[in-house]
Ligand binder design. Structure first.
Ligand SMILES: [Zn+2]
Length: 124
C-alpha cells in the first residue's frame, strides 16, 4: 500500500493528484476519512473519540478565510492514523448513511390518508 495526499492506495501513482512521488504507507500516517462541513465532521470526530480512535479535524479553509466565509461554510478534513483507517471509514459510512424519517407525517402529510390496502389480491 502506498501513500500520498493523506490517501492510501495501491499502485505507483497518487489517485488524488497524479503524482508518482509516492512512498510506502506507515501505520501512523494520517489518512483522510471524511471531508465535510463542521456538523458532519464534528459528529464523526466525537464518535471516533468514543471508539478510542485517535483522530484530528483540520480546517481546509484556514482561520483567516473562515472569518470571511463564516464557520458554517468552512470545510474540514477528518484524519486518522492508517492503522485505524479501515475502522474509521466504516464508522463514517455508517454515520452518513441515509436516515429514515422518524417523525410521523413526514411521508404522509395528509391526515386522512389511510393507505390503500383494501385491494389485497388473494389469488392463490
Ligand atoms: Zn497526491
Amino acid at each position: 500500500m502506498n501513500y500520498h495526499c493523506f490517501t492510501p492506495f495501491e499502485g505507483d501513482v497518487c489517485p488524488v493528484c497524479g503524482s508518482a512521488r509516492v512512498r510506502e504507507i506507515r501505520e501512523d500516517d494520517e489518512c483522510l476519512v471524511l471531508e465535510g462541513d463542521a456538523v458532519q465532521t464534528g459528529i464523526l470526530e466525537d464518535v471516533l473519540k468514543q471508539e478510542q480512535i485517535p483522530c484530528f479535524r483540520q480546517s481546509q479553509t484556514g482561520a483567516a478565510m473562515a472569518m470571511f466565509t463564516g464557520r458554517q461554510l468552512e470545510r474540514f478534513n477528518v484524519l486518522v492514523p492508517y492503522s485505524r483507517y479501515e475502522e474509521a471509514k466504516e464508522i463514517a459510512a455508517g454515520l452518513l448513511a441515509p436516515v429514515e424519517p422518524t417523525e410521523d407525517g413526514v411521508l404522509f402529510e395528509d391526515e386522512d390518508y389511510e393507505g390503500e390496502r383494501e385491494e389485497e389480491d388473494d389469488e392463490d
